[in-house]
Design a protein around this ligand. Structure first.
Ligand SMILES: [Zn+2]
Ligand SMILES: [Zn+2]
Length: 249
């Protein structure tokens, strides 16, 4: 399978996850909250393990890497998400939106959607820069991203619904975020030479999403059961990694 076909398939499936989440909310607002939290926890554990066990080591192995800069790119990736999601956007968190009052203040929903679109761009960039290294890393990062794509679609659609918008505009907003995911993947054409910085940059962003956005969201109201899903995500990553090393070398 050619690399562009792999990119296309991964891109379509990841974007499809967003659309599925949006559709669930547009069809039936107040989808099962607990199930979504569990999926978020599982996805966060998987992502965290992917960054620590695959992406960071791989960033140092890459042939034309200046290893003194690798951690700088990682830190930059982490901070760029802090800047856009929590410094520029006034209100941002994952999961179903329940702060209806705040969402009615003008612009809050719009900036939240803009921040999520930016975030989704990095989801796409993460998958693409993994695929540039090898198929195994691309597949692992695709799975890591895919696991939070449905909850992400739910987040987007429920922000719009909480802001008093129709189901149709909720779906349109979800489609926008899906398109940005795809744009991040399409950027691979430009980063081919830059994988030595794109990989640690997207690793920093992924680390932020897992450990700073998703895990606190689970801890805020989840009990020990939700917390266990994080560990289950890590364990599943580990098993998937073993399996893929075995199958793909
Ligand atoms: Zn909120
Ligand atoms: Zn995402």
């Amino acid at each position: 399978m050619s690399q562009s076909l792999q990119l296309l398939i991964f891109g379509l499936l990841a974007a499809g996850g967003n659309l599925l989440g949006g559709w669930l909310i547009a069809r039936a607002p107040h989808t099962s909250h607990t199930k979504l939290k569990h999926l978020l926890g599982f996805g966060a554990g998987f992502m965290l393990a992917a960054v620590m066990l695959e992406v960071i080591p791989e960033s140092f192995h890459h042939p034309n890497t200046n290893s003194s800069l690798t951690m700088v790119w990682l830190l930059a990736g982490y901070l760029i998400i802090q800047l856009v999601e929590h410094t520029i956007a006034p209100h941002f968190h994952f999961g179903e939106e329940v702060h209806t009052e705040e969402m009615h203040r003008s612009g809050v929903a719009i900036t939240a959607i803009a921040a999520l679109s930016f975030h989704a761009f990095f989801d796409g960039l993460t998958i693409a820069s993994g695929l540039l290294v090898n198929f195994r890393l691309g597949l692992l990062l695709f799975l890591a991203v895919l696991l939070h794509k449905v909850p992400e679609g739910v987040t987007v659609a429920s922000i719009m619904m909480s802001a008093g918008k129709t189901g149709r505009s909720a779906l349109n907003a979800t489609a926008l975020v899906a398109i940005f995911t795809f744009a991040g993947i399409a950027c691979v054409v430009f980063i081919e030479q830059g994988v030595s910085w794109a990989l640690p940059l997207s690793a920093g962003a992924t680390l932020y999403i897992a450990a700073t956005d998703l895990i606190p969201e689970i801890n805020r109201e989840g009990g020990w059961r939700s917390s266990l899903f994080i560990f289950a995500g890590v364990a599943t990553f580990y098993l998937t990694q073993l399996l893929l090393h075995h199958l793909l070398g």
